[in-house]
Write a protein that binds this ligand. Structure first.
Ligand code: GLU
Length: 456
């Protein structure tokens, strides 16, 4: 496929969650891998439920994940195209008006069910005469419009599910336009996919039925050459909550914004979104490019996958532990962690971080003021001995070993009795990064003051 065109098409009706991120990332990374184009398209034809604030939040969330769309577009600005497509479908007899009310349709469905029949629309409106229609209109009824399906089996080769087919004779003719003239998702989506020359649609397997309908619609709109205009499809498995519940934009569960507020690393969210439910083991990545190389639609499992937030927390910490200084330089600077010490500081503390914000406290330990609380292990005689044997500067990573070796000899202490009070006095903490790395960052002035029990 030369230069594929992919798209992520969320409706801006809520905050995107990890399952949406899976769809977005699979499309984006595929485009990246194959030097294609990635479009962010807001499916906002439902003007009532779509909200500008959600569209903006989705852009923020995608940017946070590292997704940079080549184009951002909105369906609400493209109605003229949909009107034209609807006209063409009417002209060729594939879009027909229906006057049943919701209550009438419900009664039909009940009757079908009672007789053991599938609840498929009976196409009664196809038989309406012009007089019938005029009578309904005179009663003030407005039609909704259905696409007349071909009752045939639609086939496609799915990049995840393999050869796939769907028998459209088991489906109701889909409603494309509501009574109030607004579009349901189907027609605008097909029109845009054609117009934007989308060549591969990667989306959740909850869309398999839509795919069959959309292929028919595409072929109808594209006319004789229809088949060439049909994009390829890949339906990925869905992520559910740990209790097996579906994720929804409306509930806010496992939302990307929520995970960000919890301090989860974006690269961990991306790795989890892409790798969970595939045959590639979940592992930390250093960049989205790393994920590009493990991307293979054929490795996505066919069964739904439960998403465990606890697993994500662990992955997030492991992601931090492997990040190079360059990858976090700006984030550190945003917390005033900059200058000569910033790089060695990062390398010293990253392995102890659970969330990135933990750096603030460790920076205070090496660069800020610390008043160490009294502790039974802080024996004044030992601290005095420690102060007296504190080497002269310059200090480096070998200073700690030299200092504690001589202290061991002069005090006879070893192991925890030697190291624990020093850690407590110098950092105010029971545990933390290697003191060999921290000590030169703390520096002699602060170290001496802290060993003397002063705030420093
Ligand atoms: N707006 C649809 C959704 O959010 C897009 C589905 C598609 O990719 O076509 O489910």
């Amino acid at each position: 496929m030369p230069h594929p065109v992919l798209r992520f098409a969320p409706s801006p009706t809520g905050r995107i969650h990890i399952g949406n991120a899976r769809t977005a990332l699979l499309n984006y990374l595929y485009a990246k891998k194959h030097h294609g184009e990635f479009i962010l398209r807001f499916d906002d034809t439902d003007l009532e439920r779509s909200k500008e604030e959600y569209a903006q939040a989705i852009e923020v969330d995608l940017a946070w994940l590292g997704i940079k769309p080549d184009l951002i577009t909105r369906q609400s600005q493209r109605f003229a195209l949909y009107h034209r497509a609807a006209e063409r479908l009417r002209d060729c007899g594939r879009l027909y008006p229906c006057y049943e009310s919701a209550a009438e349709l419900e009664r039909k469905r009940k009757r079908q069910q009672a007789r053991g029949l599938p609840p498929v629309y009976d196409r009664a409106s196809l038989d309406l005469t012009d007089e019938d229609k005029a009578r309904y209109e005179a009663e003030g009824r407005k039609p909704h419009w259905r696409f007349k399906l071909d009752w045939k089996v639609v086939r496609w080769s799915d990049l995840v599910r393999g050869e796939s087919h769907y028998d459209c004779s088991s489906l109701s003719d889909p409603v494309l336009l509501r009574e109030d003239g607004t579009y349901l998702y189907t027609l605008p989506s097909v029109v845009d996919d054609m117009d934007m020359k989308v060549s591969l649609i990667i989306r959740g397997e909850d869309h398999v039925t839509n795919t069959a309908v959309q292929i028919q619609l595409l072929e109808t709109l594209a006319g004789e050459t229809g088949r060439d205009a049909v994009p390829a499809f890949a339906h990925h498995n869905l992520l559910s909550s740990i209790d097996g519940e579906g994720l929804s934009k409306r509930t806010g569960a496992l939302s990307i914004g929520g995970l960000r507020d919890q301090g989860i690393e974006s690269l961990a969210v991306a790795a989890a979104a892409v790798l969970i439910g595939t045959s590639v083991a979940l592992h930390p990545v250093a960049s989205l490019d790393d994920l590009v190389s493990s991307l293979d639609l054929g490795l996505i499992s066919r069964t739904p996958t439960r998403f465990d937030p606890a697993e994500l927390e662990g992955l997030s910490a492991r992601t931090l532990h492997g990040l190079a200084f360059e990858a976090v330089r700006e984030r550190l600077a945003a917390h005033d962690i900059a200058g000569r010490k910033a790089n060695p500081f990062w390398l010293a503390v990253r392995g102890n971080l659970v969330v990135f914000l933990d750096v603030v406290e460790w920076w205070r330990v090496v660069d800020g003021d610390l008043a160490v609380a009294p502790h039974e292990d802080l024996d004044p005689d030992f601290l005095r001995a420690a102060l007296e044997s504190l080497p002269d500067e310059p200090w480096d990573e070998t200073t700690w070993a030299a200092w504690t070796k001589s202290l061991k000899e002069t005090t006879g202490r070893k192991g925890r009795a030697l190291f624990h009070p020093l850690r407590l006095a110098l950092t105010g903490k029971e545990k933390g990064p290697e003191l060999a790395a921290l000590l030169p960052l703390i520096g002699r002035i602060k170290a001496a003051a802290r060993l003397s029990g002063h705030r420093a």
